[in-house]
Design a protein around this ligand. Structure first.
Ligand SMILES: C[S@@+](CC[C@H](N)C(=O)[O-])C[C@H]1O[C@@H](n2cnc3c(N)ncnc32)[C@H](O)[C@@H]1O
Length: 468
C-alpha cells in the first residue's frame, strides 16, 4: 500500500505570531494554520503535518511573496542551528510582534484592557547580548538538506556547536555565533582546533562514550570569563593538557572549571564542578549591587536588559522604605538584593540550594543586612506559619519559570492579601493565566514588556497588581 500524500494548502497569508513563536495564517477558505517557518506578511504554501477540526499544523513548503519586514540574516548558520529564528525579520517588526504577544495574552487570557499595556522596551544591543552560551561536542555534524542531496559523498565529521531542533546527537558545527562577545568565537574555535590537533575524542550520545562533551562560556561586562568544560571520560592527562592550554592562551578567563559527567544526560546541576584555575565566581554589577555568579547559578542572560527589567520592576514596586517584601523565585537573590536598600526587609525563596548559598554570599558581599533567604519549593515554603514568622508582606515580587506559579502559590497569595504584587514573567501566557486567577482580589494596573532576547520570540513581561 502506498503512503498517503501529505496535503499542501496553497496561498496562505501569514498574519501573526502564535504560541512558541509559530507563525499563524489563514488559507483562502478561512482555515487557521499554525506554521513552522515564515514571518508575518509572507504568502506561502503550507505542507500540513497535523490536522484538527478547526485548525492545522504545518511547515512552509514554498514562499510566493516575501514580507516587507524581511531582512538579510547576519549569521552564516541562520536557519540551521535552531537559535535566532527571527534574525531575518527587522528588529522593529520583532518588537511589534512581541508586543502583540503580550497584548493577546493580557486581553484574551487575563481579560484585561489593552490600555494598561505600555509599549514594549526594546534592546539597544541586538547582537552579542548574551552573557552565557553552552556548546556541545558531537561525533557527528548536522548536514544540511543541500549537502545530503548533493552528489558528493560527505563524511559526517565531529563538530562543536548547537543541536538543531529535534536532534540530540548531532550538532551544527559553529564558526561564528553573534549572540555572545566575539571572544567566545575565538575560544570555541581554538578548543576545536586543539582537540583535532591532539586527537581528543568527541562524545557520542548514542553509544555514550568519548571525551569532550559540553562547554559553558559565561562573561561579565568587565570582559572577564568563566569557562566550564564537561567531559564524559576521566582522562586526566588529556584534561590537564587542555585546561592548561586554555588558561595560558586566554588570560581573560578568570574562572576555569571542569566536570566529569559520566551520566547519560548532559544536565550538570547534580554534578560536581571542580575549579581548575582562578576565582570560583564571576562578578557582575547591576546598579548598586555586585553579584557573585557561581557555575550553577541562574543569572539573567542579557546583562544590559536585566537592569532595564529590574528597574521596571522597581518602578512598579513604588517602595517608600518601610515595606516588608517577599521575593519569590529569587534565584541568587538578584531582585531581592536590588530592592533591599529601598525597603525595611526582604525575604527571598528559591528551590535551588546552591543559588540560595550564592544569595547569602551576595548579601554579605554587598553589606546588606535586611535580606533573608530560604531554599525550597515556594509552594511548600510560603505557608501561614512562614508569613507569621516573617510578617505579612506589603509587597510580593514574583518571577517564576516559564510554567508560571503553581495554583497553590496563587491561592496563598490570595490569602496573604499583600497590598501589591509585581509579577515578572518570561511567558506572558502563563502570567496572564495567573493574573486571571489573582483577579479575584487584585486589579492589574500596568503591564510592561521588556525585550531580553532579540531574534527569538521570547519576551519578558512585568505586571503590577493592586489589592482591590
Ligand atoms: C526566571 S528565574 C528568576 C530568578 C531571579 N528572580 C532573577 O531575576 O535572576 C526563576 C527561578 O525560579 C526557580 N524556581 C523554579 N521553580 C521553583 C519552585 N517551585 N520553587 C522555588 N523556586 C523555583 C528557578 O530555579 C529560578 O532560579
Amino acid at each position: 500500500m502506498g503512503r498517503r500524500r501529505k496535503k499542501i494548502v496553497e496561498n496562505v497569508t501569514i498574519t501573526g505570531i502564535a504560541d512558541k513563536g509559530m507563525s499563524v495564517g489563514r488559507s483562502e477558505d478561512g482555515q487557521v494554520l499554525f506554521i513552522k517557518g515564515g514571518i508575518p506578511g509572507d504568502v506561502v504554501d503550507v505542507l500540513v503535518l497535523r490536522k484538527k477540526k478547526s485548525y492545522a499544523h504545518g511547515i512552509v513548503h514554498k514562499t510566493h511573496h516575501y514580507s516587507s519586514d524581511r531582512i538579510e540574516a547576519r549569521c552564516q548558520h541562520f536557519g540551521i542551528c535552531g537559535g535566532c529564528k527571527w534574525q531575518n525579520m527587522a528588529y522593529g517588526a520583532q518588537i511589534k510582534h512581541k508586543h502583540q504577544t503580550i497584548l493577546d495574552a493580557m486581553t484574551r487570557i487575563a481579560g484585561l484592557d489593552s490600555s494598561i499595556v505600555h509599549p514594549t522596551k526594546p534592546c539597544d544591543q541586538i547582537f552579542r547580548y548574551r552573557n552565557k552560551l553552552e556548546y556541545s561536542f558531537s561525533t557527528s555534524q548536522w548536514l544540511t538538506r543541500e549537502q545530503i542531496d548533493s552528489s558528493e559523498i560527505i563524511e559526517r565529521k565531529p563538530g562543536v556547536g548547537f543541536h538543531p531542533a529535534g536532534s540530540y546527537d548531532k550538532v551544527v558545527d559553529v564558526e561564528e555565533c553573534h549572540l555572545q562577545d566575539s571572544m567566545g568565537d575565538k575560544l570555541r574555535n581554538f578548543i576545536r582546533n586543539y582537540a583535532f590537533a591532539n586527537e581528543l575524542s568527541f562524545y557520542n550520545t548514542r553509544s555514550h562514550n568519548g571525551f569532550l562533551r559540553n562547554m559553558i562560556f559565561r562573561n561579565n561586562s568587565r570582559g572577564e570569563w568563566m569557562v566550564i568544560i564537561a567531559v564524559g571520560e576521566d582522562q586526566p592527562e588529556e584534561l590537564v593538557g587542555l585546561l592548561n592550554t586554555i588558561k595560558d592562551n586566554f588570560p581573560s578567563i578568570i574562572s576555569l572549571y571542569y566536570v566529569i559527567n559520566q551520566k547519560q544526560n548532559d544536565s550538570l546541576f547534580d554534578q560536581e564542578m571542580i575549579l581548575f584555575n582562578g576565582d570560583p565566581y564571576l562578578k557582575q554589577t547591576l546598579g548598586d549591587v555586585t553579584y557573585c555568579i557561581g557555575p550553577k547559578s541562574f543569572f539573567q542572560t542579557n546583562t544590559e536588559q536585566a537592569k532595564v527589567l529590574y528597574d521596571t520592576a522597581v518602578d512598579f514596586c513604588d517602595l517608600k522604605g518601610d515595606e516588608n517584601v517577599y521575593d519569590l523565585y529569587t534565584g541568587i537573590g538578584s531582585i531581592a538584593l536590588y530592592v533591599a536598600d529601598r525597603c525595611r526587609q526582604v525575604v527571598g525563596i528559591e528551590e535551588i540550594e546552591p543559588a540560595i548559598e550564592d544569595a547569602i554570599l551576595n548579601r554579605k558581599l554587598n553589606g546588606i543586612e535586611n535580606a533573608s533567604f530560604y531554599a525550597g519549593d515556594v509552594k511548600n515554603i510560603l505557608t501561614d506559619s512562614f508569613a507569621e514568622r516573617h510578617g505579612k508582606p506589603d509587597l510580593v515580587i514574583t518571577d517564576p519559570p516559564r510554567a508560571g506559579m503553581h495554583a497553590d502559590v496563587v491561592q496563598m497569595l490570595l490569602q496573604l492579601e499583600a497590598p501589591k504584587i509585581v509579577y515578572v514573567s518570561c511567558n506572558p501566557s502563563t502570567q496572564a493565566r495567573d493574573l486571571k486567577l489573582l483577579s479575584e482580589k487584585y486589579q492589574v494596573t500596568q503591564v510592561q514588556g521588556v525585550d531580553m532576547f532579540p531574534h527569538t520570540h521570547h519576551i519578558e513581561s512585568v505586571a503590577r497588581c493592586e489589592l482591590k
